[in-house]
Design a protein around this ligand. Structure first.
Ligand code: ATP
Ligand code: MG
Length: 432
């Protein structure tokens, strides 16, 4: 036998035992987006490396050490598997002039790639769902996005997700704060780790995002950006808060919340849970009013968030909010393969009418015994068996047998009259 090939480390297969939950979640999100007026956008998985270097910032974890970049051997271009999708959505928005008639509300779903150390809740290929509102500068859109994510937790039934909020202000305010921050960290240079020392002058804000326990106290005592905010930034923040308050959404202001990319300004936020260990951030986002311009577009404000699908689903599983796997409405049992053409003609009619029918399938020779077919029907979870026995078929009939509720109850029905009896077989998903 040939050697087995395995998946790339940190890149997971999603198998049928779980994918129904992914589909359930994706359907829920699509409907949520529809109700909030967000339209789907699908951008390529591969983008020019320069997009991320310019968009996310050179001195960020992602750009420094997490990107899958490679040279296109055919023309020497440097390309990168997208580590996140905001930069690509902005590129597409600019490239296709989507803001020509005003703001756009967009959402996406799909795989992202980061070369991280794989562990629970942290993978090298993972999936994000994100929402972006481009061309809108008002605080009400920040609030709308936060409320939309909050509603999503409610609709899945997650109660252990808390909201943290901060404002990163505007570039001038950040410059002031940055100077104060450098002075603070220089005064405590002895406790800085290698990463922090390297970033001290290139990107000191990023030091606040450290996960190094030895640096927590120097980070705790660092000057807070929120104390350097001017009137306009402060009132934007207050306006977001007022809308959240009116909606009964609780939050904690976390002055040290900075997020992993450089493109943010004003509002930033994260939804966090304690139920997933150290990989507790399920969703993060904020305003990025300068990114569109940085990527070559006409200056326009924007705000968005992204959630990690693996983490949200893990949380749903923990919380007992895992949907049950789909089962067929009916399982077709066919003792004699000679009847297959007629049976399958009927089964296609039933499927066309909305009945989920699973056909028994043989191993190659014949269909197998009635007993083994009934066993498979049971194992499938089907609510009914459609039994196409010899005698029934002679009479143009089949036997409809209940396998679950009213177990054992059976009746003969005429094949040609399927439009009359088929609708009663349909069991809508989620109805118990
Ligand atoms: P973390 O602090 O956990 O590294 P991040 O700040 O890098 O997260 P973002 O870039 O803001 O994360 O991405 C948004 C969301 O995507 C995260 O909140 C998380 O749920 C998810 N996510 C990010 N990286 C991974 C990964 N490697 N594996 C699984 N999910 C991830
Ligand atoms: Mg990260």
């Amino acid at each position: 036998m040939a050697d087995k090939l395995t998946a790339v480390k940190g890149m997971n297969d999603l198998l049928p035992a779980d994918t129904h939950a992914w589909e359930w979640f994706e359907a829920l999100v699509r409907d949520l987006m529809r109700r909030h007026g967000y339209r789907n956008i699908r951008t390529p998985i591969v983008e020019p490396t320069a997009l991320f270097v310019r968009g996310l910032g050179e001195v960020t974890d992602i750009v420094e050490k997490e990107m899958y970049s490679f040279e296109d051997r055919l023309n020497g271009d440097s390309l990168t598997l997208r580590p996140e999708a905001t930069a690509g959505v902005v590129r597409a928005t600019v490239e296709h002039n989507l803001l020509y008639e005003g703001g756009k509300r967009l959402y996406y779903m799909g795989p992202m790639f980061r070369h991280e150390r794989p562990q629970k809740g942290r993978y090298r290929q993972f999936h994000q769902i994100g929402a972006e509102a481009l061309g809108f500068g008002g605080a009400e859109v920040d609030a709308e996005l936060i409320l939309m994510a909050h509603r999503l937790w409610q609709e899945i039934g997650l109660t252990d997700v808390r909201l943290e909020l901060n404002s990163l202000g505007q570039p001038a305010e950040r410059a002031q704060h940055r100077a104060a921050l450098i002075a603070h960290f220089e005064a405590h240079a002895d406790v800085l780790d290698e990463d922090a020392r390297r970033r001290l002058h290139s990107n000191p804000l990023r030091i606040l995002d450290t996960k190094n326990p030895a640096m927590q106290s120097v980070v705790e005592s660092a000057p807070k950006l929120i104390d350097h905010l001017g009137q306009a930034s402060r009132s934007h923040f207050d306006a977001v808060r007022a809308i959240l308050d009116a909606n009964g959404v609780t939050y904690r202001i976390n002055p040290r919340l900075v997020r992993g990319m450089d493109y943010y300004n004003l509002t930033v936020f994260e939804f966090i849970t304690d139920r997933l260990g150290s990989q507790g951030t399920v969703c993060g986002g904020g305003r990025y009013d300068y990114l569109i311009e940085q990527i070559g577009g006409k200056p326009a404000p924007a705000v968005g968030w992204a959630l990690g699908v693996e983490r949200v689903l893990e949380l749903a599983r923990e919380a007992g909010r895992w949907p049950s796997a789909p089962v067929p409405d009916a399982y077709a049992i066919v003792p004699d393969a000679a009847h297959l053409p007629q049976v399958m003609a009927l089964v296609q009619h039933l499927r066309g009418a909305g009945v989920a029918v699973q056909m028994h399938a043989g191993q190659g020779e014949g269909m197998g015994s009635m007993k083994s077919q009934f066993k498979k029907a049971d194992a499938s979870g089907a609510r009914h068996a459609l039994v196409f026995g010899e005698q029934e078929m002679q009479a143009g009939c089949l036997t409809l047998k209940a396998l679950r509720d009213g177990q054992g109850a059976q009746q003969q029905v005429e094949i040609s009259r399927w439009p009359e009896w088929a609708p009663a077989l349909i069991h809508s998903p989620g109805s118990g």
